[in-house]
Design a protein around this ligand. Structure first.
Ligand SMILES: Cc1cc2nc3c(=O)[nH]c(=O)nc-3n(C[C@H](O)[C@H](O)[C@H](O)COP(=O)(O)OP(=O)(O)OC[C@H]3O[C@@H](n4cnc5c(N)ncnc54)[C@H](O)[C@@H]3O)c2cc1C
Length: 306
């Protein structure tokens, strides 16, 4: 019987594993994709304290290595359902897509959140190299260059404002007839000389340049169906984040956005189930906050196990 199963090997899950192993609990991490989570998408991380400039892949490797060295086990599995056990043990049952079923005395959900993608041709090939989902993270790479921001809500407008401070020009592409972000943000956008807004358009395609690198966007006007090229050096997609927390609905409560309801304590409503990182309700989703949650959730789980 494993003491703690952790779902997700992003920074939250890996940190939870490191803390739990140091408390001498047995730990199994189940990860459906890349070890390192969203970090593996980032070509460079400049805001993680103590490691001033590091690629996402490198910091992911270091975290995974540290966890494995401490005795954390990691299996490639997609978790499809978590259920609570019965008295007196209350073992948690973790079911996977492969048909495998694991049991543990406690579970930490660290399943992250995925930025909604455009879902258009050419996008996947340029994620991290022309297509970004995070101006805070990647905006500096486009200093003095032209970029597009896709989206018109609060996040998109905040990203556009941030980018307009460092980029030569920002074009906001909004699918609705008007921007939907709050008035103060719309006013701030209107006051920027280097920001243009194009409404009622959708992105139809990410264009490859002759050498295969990012070559701009093709947009489609909703009223006429006409297509137009947008020349830019990069595009920031800010059309929302999407958690994938359906497998955990029987042991947690989700908010309207699908995030697991919890606070800094990382407790869930089911005793023995904890949550860490981007998958929970919170205002800042970054590596530093995911790592903080991982530590808090692991220590809470260790206290629960006694
Ligand atoms: C392109 C990009 C650049 C970024 N740059 C920075 C930056 O410079 N600085 C910074 O601080 N933050 C950055 N971020 C944000 C940061 O990466 C995230 O906030 C952080 O990774 C969240 O960590 P997490 O462990 O909560 O979730 P994630 O990193 O999302 O990890 C969750 C893991 O859980 C797995 N998982 C999900 N569901 C299941 C399931 N059912 N079964 C098994 N496994 C599952 C996923 O595959 C994933 O590996 C960036 C994000 C992106 C996308």
């Amino acid at each position: 019987m494993t003491d703690i199963i952790i779902i997700g090997a992003g920074p939250a899950g890996l940190t939870a594993g490191i803390y739990a192993r140091r408390a001498e609990k047995s730990v199994l991490i189940l990860e459906k994709g890349a070890f390192g989570g969203q970090m593996t998408y980032s070509p460079q991380i400049d805001n993680y304290p103590g490691i001033p400039s590091v690629s996402g892949a490198e910091i992911a490797d270091r975290m995974v290595g540290q966890a494995l060295d401490l005795g954390v086990e990691i299996e490639v599995e997609e978790v499809t359902r978590v259920t609570d056990g019965e008295a007196p043990e209350y073992y948690k049952r973790v079911e996977c897509e492969s048909g495998a079923v694991y049991e543990a005395r406690a579970v930490i959900i660290a399943s992250g959140a995925e930025h909604r993608h455009l879902g258009v041709p050419g996008e996947d090939a340029h994620i991290g190299a022309g297509i970004s989902f995070c101006a805070v993270c990647d905006g500096a790479f486009y200093r003095g260059r032209d970029v597009a921001v896709v989206g018109g809500g609060n996040s998109a407008l905040q990203e556009a404002l941030m980018l307009s401070n460092v980029c030569a020009h920002v074009t906001i592409l909004q699918n609705l007839p008007t921007l939907t972000g709050e008035q103060a943000l719309r006013d701030a956008i209107a006051s920027r000389d280097n920001v243009d807004v194009i409404c009622s358009v959708t992105v139809a395609e990410v264009k490859p340049a002759a050498d295969g690198a990012f070559g701009g966007l093709v947009i489609e006007h909703a009223d006429t169906g006409a297509r137009e090229s947008i020349d830019c050096d990069g595009a920031f997609v800010a059309i929302g984040l999407a958690p994938k927390n359906e497998p955990f609905e029987s042991v947690t409560s989700l908010d309207d956005g699908g995030y697991i309801l919890s606070d800094e304590s990382c407790f869930c409503e089911t005793p023995g189930v904890f949550v860490a990182g981007d998958c929970r309700t919170k205002s800042v989703r970054q590596i530093a906050t995911a790592v903080a949650d991982g530590a808090a959730a692991a220590l809470a789980a260790c206290r629960y196990l006694g």
